[in-house]
Structures are given as C-alpha cells and as structure tokens.
Design a protein around this ligand. Structure first.
Ligand SMILES: [Zn+2]
Length: 461
C-alpha cells in the first residue's frame, strides 16, 4: 500500500515538473507584467498600466500557448489517476481480510483469528447449563476479503453456533437445591408442573400454606437439546422436591375414662364387679400440623375444648369374709353337685380370667353322663339351653342362696319343681361353651355369683 502511495507521489511530482517547464516561463512573464504594471501605474496612470499589462499577458499566453496546452492535456489523466487512487484508498480501508468459519458446512461467522472462534466456544460452554460444549473437529477456516463491518466478535459467533447446531437449544432449567431437575422451553411449563406438585399435597383446612423446602430456581440458558422436555417428568419432579404443608386442623378425639376401684364390705371377698360403667369423654382439638411430602412431621396443639367429660368407671371389690354361717342358711356346707367328685376334680375356679369375661363358677371335671344332684333343698326356678351355659338349671334355696348347674348333657327337672338335697337333677355333658365334659357350678347370693369353693368346704387359698 505504502509503495503504491510512493509510486503515486513520484508520478505526480514528475507530471508537475513537466507542467512547470511551460508554466515557469509564463510565470516569469506574469511576474514581470505585474512589476511593469506597478511601475507604469506610478509614472503614466492606472488606465495606461492596465492596457500595458493586458498586452504583456496576451503576449505571454500567445508565445507559450503550445506548452500550456500540452501541460493541460497531461493534467486530465493525472486527475483521473488521483481520483482512482482516492477511491482505491477508501476501498482498501473499509474492507479487510478475515477467516470465514464453517462448522459442519454451516457458516458461523467471520473472525480475525482462530482465537475468536475458541473464545466463542468457551462462551458457549459458560452459557450451557449442565453441559460442556465440545467444539467439533471439522472446523474450516477460509481466508476471505470482506467488509470490515461483517467481522464477528466471539459473542456473535457463539449465537451463530447455537443457530447452526441442533444439539443445543435455548431453554429454561428448573433447579432444586442447585440440582437440575427438568428443562423446558419456557418458565410457564415448569411453573405449571410445580403447581401440580403443590396441588397433590393440598388438603382441606384453614390457614394452609404449601411451600417447597428446596431452593427452587429457574435458569434461562443453553441446554443440550436432548434434555429439553415438553413437560417435566412428574416422578422425577416428585422425587427431587420436598413439599412442606402446614395446615390448621380441627378434630374431635376421645378422652379416655379412668377406672377407680372401691372396696365393698357387703360383697364377698373375690368379688369384682363394675358399679358405674366408664364412658369416654370427647374433646375438640385445634392443631397446626406440618406434613413433609405427605408425612406428618410436627403437630402444634393450639387449643383443646372439652365437649364431654369422661365418666370414671367404678369397680367394686368385695371384702366380706366367708363364714361358715353364711355357707347356707342352715349352717351346713353344700353338697358336691357331681357324684363322686372332690377338690381334685376342680379345673377352674371363680375369678379366673377368661379373656372377655371373668369365670364365675367352679368347674368340676367328670365323665359324660355322671349324675348331677341338687346341692341343697330348693325350687327349680330356671331351666334353659342354647346359650354359653348349654343345658342348665337354677335352684333357689331357702334364704338368699341359689345354685346353677350347666353344660349338662341333659336336665331332668322342670321349672317350679321342688327338689331335695342330693336329688338327681341332670347329668354331665359338654353343651354350650365347654371344651371338656364338666359341670360349671355357680353359687349365687341374691342372684350375684360368688366364689363357690367355701360353700363346698374347699379352701380358697
Ligand atoms: Zn365354668
């Protein structure tokens, strides 16, 4: 370029010298004419000086016409060369040499050096959330002359690479605690998915707040295209998110009744019976309950209102000692109801725990059909069958005492029948709730079962 300028300069100065050859002579005549004009003007007046000068100028032009014409003829191409030079200089300063970068056959910009493309790749890696952009191997650089305006910077090349690469896509990532959970084209889709998760955990109740325990972020950036979904995978979303629900719950709950035992000297020792049946109360509770992913993690009781007080269960414990005089009104023990049996045949006694109830009689084991006799004189007041007792009869004796004989194979007496002590009334069986052949013998005082052993002369301890 500089050489070109030098050559142009030398060319111009040569041309000027050629013109000067003819011009110099005309010039000296011109200078001479001006001097003469001043001289003549001083001596002979202005008008005369003008005439004199015009004469000399005409002489100068006429005598050097050819030289001046030749000079002008040479000036025209010179001016054209100068104009061309000016245009060229303008051209050369607005255009520049640059590399055209081709990626898989796609032009991704014009760069002044390979470093610009490398910068663009690094920018892309920075902007790609959750992945690194590896520049492809087959990058082509073609040296070309382009307008200086068309040269791209790294940022523009980066954008062009994205446009030309179908494996990278601008999208929005959903991050939970800095972990990428889902990528979608827009935030709205991600927000809708989050709302869906919240709705899953929403329950009925006042003052409800549903929030994510995670730090949720939407990050707009470039993502590998295979990661971009039309909508987030709900299972993945549910697994990555922790939803905390706090809700005020109002509910009723029972108040358990207490049980109080009280001694009763009017009942025989061993007696245990409910005097007042216990009843649960009801209370209304208001609580602020926190659930994390549907599981309760905290329950703050705000208030408790008792709607119904519980009723304490009262159990009477008999303390009255058995005395011989109480065994029977006539002061004698009762007769063993099963013929041939004694204390060694007793398999269960009064007070035994039977799970759902307390055993109220004395079980006397004996083979089937063994005769059962009346323990004392009395009247048959009840004969029955089909219940847990199986076949049974009850004899009312003189005074307060009555006796019951059950699980009989058959009963031989009828209601209202008067029986004597030792009289045959039934035979041993296993009817009703019985697991073996035996007689369930109950002694009752005023209709209330008591321990039968003292009445049979068997020691309680
Ligand atoms: Zn029994």
């Amino acid at each position: 370029m500089i050489t070109l300028f030098r050559k142009a300069g030398a060319f111009l100065s040569n041309k000027c010298k050629a013109i000067a050859g003819a011009g110099d002579r005309a010039w000296s005549r011109l200078v001479h004419a001006v001097r003469r004009f001043r001289f003549v003007a001083r001596r002979g007046g202005f008008r005369r000086a003008v005439r004199f000068t015009v004469y000399h100028l005409r002489r100068a032009v006429v005598s050097h016409r050819e030289g001046l014409q030749r000079g002008l003829m040479r000036l025209v191409p010179m001016a054209a060369a100068v104009a061309l030079l000016v245009v060229s200089v303008h051209y050369w300063t607005t255009f520049t040499l640059a590399y055209e970068v081709n990626l898989n056959g796609n032009n991704v910009g014009f760069v002044t050096s390979e470093a610009v493309f490398e910068d663009a790749c690094n920018l892309l890696s920075d902007r790609m959330a959750g992945a690194v952009y590896a520049a492809p191997e087959d990058v082509e650089y073609n040296l070309t002359l382009i307008s200086a305006d068309a040269v791209n910077n790294a940022d523009e090349v980066c954008a062009n690479i994205v446009d030309a690469t179908d494996t990278i896509q601008p999208a929005v990532g959903l991050y939970a605690d800095s972990r990428l959970v889902a990528v979608c084209a827009d935030e709205t889709t991600l927000q809708q998915a989050l709302d869906g998760v919240v709705a899953q955990y929403t329950v009925d109740g006042e003052n409800q707040t549903v929030s994510f325990a995670n730090d949720i972020q939407f990050i707009r950036g470039l993502y590998p295209a295979y990661k971009v979904q039309t909508s987030p995978d709900p299972d993945r979303l549910a697994a990555a998110l922790t939803v905390q629900l706090t809700v005020r719950e109002t509910y009723k709950q029972p108040i358990a009744y207490e049980t109080k035992e009280q001694y009763d000297s009017t009942r025989y020792k061993g007696y245990k019976g409910v005097v007042t049946k216990g009843e649960n109360g009801i209370e209304q509770v208001k609580a602020l309950v926190t659930y994390v992913n549907g599981l309760e993690t905290d329950r703050q009781i705000e208030s408790i209102t008792v709607l119904k007080q519980p009723v304490t269960q009262v159990v009477a414990i008999g303390t009255k000692q058995y005395t011989r005089s109480s065994a029977a009104d006539n002061g004698e023990t009762l007769l063993w109801p099963v013929v041939g049996a004694d204390a060694s045949n007793i398999s269960s006694v009064y007070g035994d725990n039977r799970g759902d109830h307390m055993h109220k009689g004395t079980d006397i084991l004996s083979p089937r059909y063994t005769p059962i006799v009346a323990s004392e004189d009395g009247v048959v007041i009840e004969v029955g069958g089909g219940s847990g007792y199986g076949n049974y009869c009850i004899i009312q004796h003189e005074g307060k005492l009555s006796t019951l004989y059950s699980h009989c194979d058959s009963v031989a007496v009828t209601e209202g029948q008067r029986v004597k002590r030792g009289e045959y009334i039934a035979c041993v069986g296993d009817t009703g709730r019985a697991s073996a052949y035996h007689c369930h013998f109950e002694v009752r005082v005023n209709g209330e079962a008591v321990d039968g052993r003292p009445y049979l002369g068997v020691s309680v301890n």
